[in-house]
Ligand binder design. Structure first.
Ligand SMILES: Cc1cc2nc3c(=O)[nH]c(=O)nc-3n(C[C@H](O)[C@H](O)[C@H](O)COP(=O)(O)O)c2cc1C
Ligand code: SF4
Length: 416
């Protein structure tokens, strides 16, 4: 296995600062603080690190969008909301190696000139929030966080902010609204967070895994990171593999690893020797792939070419017994429930799709229902404030298009 983030797995009590520093922890921070912040930012840019929160946007480029004036206040937010069904990779880092995240955040804060940061964590991760609070306190007590970090004069404090467990609060602008004490509803972009983020001030927001890669990059240099993965998709990824596999779990492999290999070699193949029916490759938002479409590299570009997206790299495996209309019903229910209600196409569209799928699954569908679903998906796509609407439409449209026969069979059942 090729490890960066999980390289220290197996070290007992790695979450304690004693163990973390005994195994080289905070060495990268020491190194970063000995360089000008601009050099730290350049190293991250050269590494080609892309965000692991869903969109795969290059981290260094995001930092470059910050206004040039470094004297103005800037914020750094770690997005630990992890609310998407099928995505459960970030908890591995926070629970077992919290100092890796704190070190990554502190280096990023130094590079961009942020003096304060938030870790926004979903409400359900109650025990992990406590792990993080304890680790931050340890880091402060040992001079790795807080004021005058390692005698460098640099100051960076981290607060843990607990969300209430709403999927939409993982969207970066609604997350900021939530921290500001408002209802978690996405903002219209532009302006982007780099110019007007938290409290309308310049803000950089990254996923947990993105930030956790930074200590490795600073310690080993950009080329060491680029040695993993493939061009444009460098580094490794934590793949959370779940569903009907023999060995569900979180596995670290280079970007570009074949989906077939991850299912059949890494996760031990389909449970009970059953045949594979379909795979959702990047968390629930990613359009579904049929069993004959899994010879695809798990990287940002290849998955788009295959008609899906990399998303979070959370892989949901479905065996031959699964009814896709049933999966679509659960998916529609999720998006209809999680829509924040701001945009009519998303609010009404997801609920209407849910209505038609419920009717079909109940055996009461009419001959136009399937096309109505597809029509609604077309209306939603590209006409909403945030990507939740697109995600709902993309995933449901693909399920219906690729497995249309199963939806039609529901009609035939009731219409002799
Ligand atoms: C509905 C919705 C939910 C999201 N949830 C998360 C999440 O839980 N964690 C996350 O890191 N990004 C999530 N994102 C993506 C964030 O908006 C943002 O792109 C990301 O945090 C940026 O981090 P990165 O640059 O490290 O990828 C979500 C986006 C949408 C539209
Ligand atoms: S797309 Fe949906 S979730 Fe996003 S802002 Fe519009 S209504 Fe809210």
């Amino acid at each position: 296995m090729d490890n960066i983030l999980l390289a220290k797995t197996g070290i007992v009590d790695l979450h304690s600062i004693k163990k973390y520093t005994a195994h080289g922890g905070y060495g990268a921070l020491k190194k970063a603080l000995s360089m000008p912040p601009e050099n730290v930012a350049s190293i991250v840019t050269e590494s080609g690190l892309r965000g692991r929160g869903g969109a795969g946007f290059p981290a260094g480029m995001k930092w470059k969008f910050l206004p040039a004036d470094r004297t103005k206040i800037r914020h750094l937010i770690c997005n630990a909301d992890e609310g998407e069904p099928g995505t459960f990779k970030d908890r591995q880092i926070m629970e077992f190696d919290p100092h890796l995240l704190i070190e990554g955040m502190t280096i990023a804060a130094y590079a961009i000139g942020a003096l304060h940061g938030f870790i926004y964590i979903r409400g359900e991760y109650d025990w992990i929030a406590k792990v993080l609070v304890r680790a931050i306190k340890e880091a402060e007590d040992n001079g790795y966080s807080g004021t005058n970090i390692l005698g460098s004069g640099f100051q960076f404090c981290i607060d843990v902010f607990r969300g209430a467990g709403s999927y939409i609060c993982g969207e970066e602008t609604s997350l900021m609204e939530s921290i500001e004490g408002k209802a978690g509803r996405p903002r219209l972009k532009p302006p982007f967070p780099a110019t007007a983020g938290l409290y309308c001030e310049p803000t950089v927001i990254h996923n947990v895994s993105t930030l956790a890669f930074i200590p490795f990059i600073i310690e080993n240099g950009p080329d060491a990171f680029r040695a993993f993965g493939k061009p444009r998709s460098y580094g490794t990824n934590l793949f959370g593999i779940c569903g009907h596999v023999n060995k569900p779990g979180i596995y670290e492999y280079p970007l570009g690893t074949q989906l077939r290999k991850l299912i059949y070699e890494v996760a031990g193949g389909v449970r009970d020797g059953k045949r594979l029916k379909a795979v959702i490759p990047g968390g629930l938002s990613a359009p579904i792939l049929r069993a004959d479409e899994i010879d695809v590299d798990m990287d940002f570009e290849s998955l788009v070419s295959a008609g899906s997206i990399f998303g979070t790299g959370g892989i949901i495996v479905l065996d031959e017994d699964v009814s896709i209309p049933f999966v679509a019903q659960k998916t529609a229910k999720f998006y209809a429930h999680e829509s924040c209600g701001q945009c009519t196409p998303c609010r009404e569209g997801t609920n209407m799709i849910k209505f038609f799928i419920d009717r079909l699954v109940a055996g009461k569908g009419t001959s136009t229902d399937i096309d109505q679903i597809l029509r609604l998906c077309r209306y939603i796509k590209g006409s909403t404030i945030c990507a939740l609407g697109d995600a709902a439409a993309m995933s449901l449209e693909t399920m219906v298009k690729k497995f249309r026969g199963e939806f039609e069979a529901l009609l035939k059942k009731e219409q002799p």
